[in-house]
Design a protein around this ligand. Structure first.
Ligand SMILES: Cc1cc2nc3c(=O)[nH]c(=O)nc-3n(C[C@H](O)[C@H](O)[C@H](O)COP(=O)(O)OP(=O)(O)OC[C@H]3O[C@@H](n4cnc5c(N)ncnc54)[C@H](O)[C@@H]3O)c2cc1C
Length: 461
């Protein structure tokens, strides 16, 4: 194809940002025979394999091993684990991230027929992307599709004194080669909770400063239970607390909570959410608002004429499974294949604390604000047969949010030792609108953790 003046190359599709979803789209479109350019500023695969899901779950797995060993005394004799971070750090480097090297991922994409460009992509006009590379700008044209998968970056709150300190975000925490003797964590969402518990189980003295409550997007009972578990494990959880200022003296951080005594620690982790930068992505060039945090898409992931957006940037659920789900829909739409429209009613979310917190659909409060008069059903894991047998580490509950008018579940929470796995049944129920009477007739294996769902169904009222 002859390039237009000023345009270095014209292709069918350009994918800007190759997170989980972007990599999938770029690869599938190339495999389908389209000419595709994938643009990535950092690492192909995005946050999940290098800084997020995969390394943090390796950390969680190791920390849970320690916790189980500490439960031996209650159930099976005696054991005194000696925590050692080096196998975790080695596993993250060698097995998860290839020492933060994406050569294999780039080669995989190129083998599918795509062209890879390392650099920062920006939309500079309808169908046009300019990539800032190490050797200068490169103007490209996409005849059929521009797909945006830029993900998010850690939000750094404007706390006086913070900016010039060596604070950690999730990216530094997963790269840690040693466990700090003390750690202050600012934030109370899933990332803050998972990392707090991990480092505490490896011996760090952890203090969490949480503006509202733990896991504020989940049912309040979940955050309360996790706060109790954390406190019992020695984590100091200070809810309703904000950091007023931060100092670093070259060795230690001092955090001044608003209206509280100063706190000191060797490390400070900022886990206060994520943000996007739509202006830097140039979305205004295709008529999109660049002053908002997310790109609005329709149920085919279309954001503007010839532009699709997928992943965290759409604001429909900042999870790898959502990025992949949206990627599949975008691929079908770009290839003009029939596809089911995106349906966000049953987005599952799991926080991999111990116990795990899984939830799907609406919380009780969200249903209330949507004007759905709901019935609530609950059961407690320690009082279920399996929870009682499990004993040490059996904290958890099932909470069901049911719409009596339609006779289906519109939301559910599953907290427990296998809370994320038990969630699968509840996700199916919400996704497929399985009638509650059918769920009540189902046979639940004894004494599996998921039998607590049956009890919660009986308790709906
Ligand atoms: C600590 C942590 C733990 C998590 N754990 C889980 C979990 O257990 N399960 C789960 O489902 N989710 C988890 N998440 C969320 C998950 O990481 C994201 O939802 C997932 O990475 C999908 O993001 P994405 O596809 O939108 O893009 P990302 O993975 O963020 O990738 C976007 C890519 O685009 C690149 N980019 C951005 N702008 C440009 C540009 N203009 N030009 C070129 N390149 C650009 C970036 O460099 C990046 O590599 C976790 C997140 C964090 C922070």
């Amino acid at each position: 194809m002859t390039p237009k003046p000023g345009i270095a190359q014209t292709v069918d599709a350009i994918v800007v940002g190759m997170g989980a979803g972007g990599e999938h789209v770029a690869t599938r479109l190339a495999e389908a025979g389209l000419s595709v350019i994938g643009v990535e500023a950092r690492l192909v695969g995005g946050e999940c394999p290098y800084y997020a899901c995969v390394p943090t779950k390796m950390m969680v797995r190791a920390a849970n091993c320690l916790a189980e060993a500490r439960r031996v005394d209650q159930l099976a004799g005696s054991a005194t684990p000696r925590p050692d971070w080096s196998p975790v750090a080695a596993r993250i480097r060698e097995e998860a991230t290839d020492d933060w090297d994406d050569t294999a991922a780039v080669e995989r994409f190129e083998k599918s027929g795509g062209r890879f460009i390392r650099g920062w992509g920006r939309i500079t006009g309808p169908g046009e992307v300019t990539v800032t590379t190490a050797t200068g700008p490169l103007a490209l044209r996409a005849d059929r599709a521009i797909v945006l998968n830029p993900g998010t970056a850690p939000t750094i709150p404007p706390i006086p004194g913070l900016v010039d300190t060596p604070y950690w975000t999730n990216r530094d925490a997963v790269a840690a080669t040693t466990v700090p003797e003390s750690l202050i964590v600012i934030g109370g969402g899933p990332v803050a909770c998972e990392l707090s518990q991990v480092f505490a189980r490896f011996g760090a003295q952890v203090t969490m400063l949480v503006r509202s409550s733990l896991l504020p997007r989940d049912e309040p009972e979940a955050g309360e239970l996790i706060a109790d578990v954390f406190t019992a494990e020695g984590v100091t959880v200070r809810t309703g607390a904000s950091a007023g200022a931060v100092e670093y003296d070259g060795q230690r951080f001092t955090v001044y909570p608003e209206g509280g005594e100063p706190l000191r620690s060797r490390r400070l982790l900022i886990a206060t959410g994520r943000h996007t930068d739509l202006a830097a992505l140039g979305v205004a060039a295709v008529g999109l608002d660049d002053a908002v945090p997310t790109i609005a898409v329709d149920d085919r992931m279309r954001a503007a004429d010839g532009v699709w957006a997928i992943g965290d940037v759409t604001g429909r659920g900042a999870f790898t499974h959502m990025s992949m789900y949206e990627a599949r829909i975008a691929v079908d739409d770009i290839l003009r294949r029939p596809t089911e429209p995106a349906d966000d009613r049953a987005v599952p979310r799991v926080t991999f604390t111990d116990p795990e917190v899984g939830s799907v659909g609406l919380t009780e409060a969200a249903a209330d604000s949507a004007g759905i008069p709901v019935l609530i059903g609950r059961s407690a894991i320690p009082q279920s047969a399996r929870g009682w047998i499990h004993k040490a580490g059996n904290e958890g509950f099932i909470k069901l949010v049911a719409d009596p008018e339609s006779g289906v579940l519109v939301g559910a929470t599953s907290v427990g030792p296998a809370g994320g796995e038990v969630l699968a049944v509840l996700t199916l129920a919400v996704h497929a609108r399985v009638p509650i009477r059918t769920l009540k007739q189902m046979i639940y294996a004894y004494p599996a953790f998921h039998r607590a769902i049956e009890t919660a169904l009986e308790n709906l009222g």
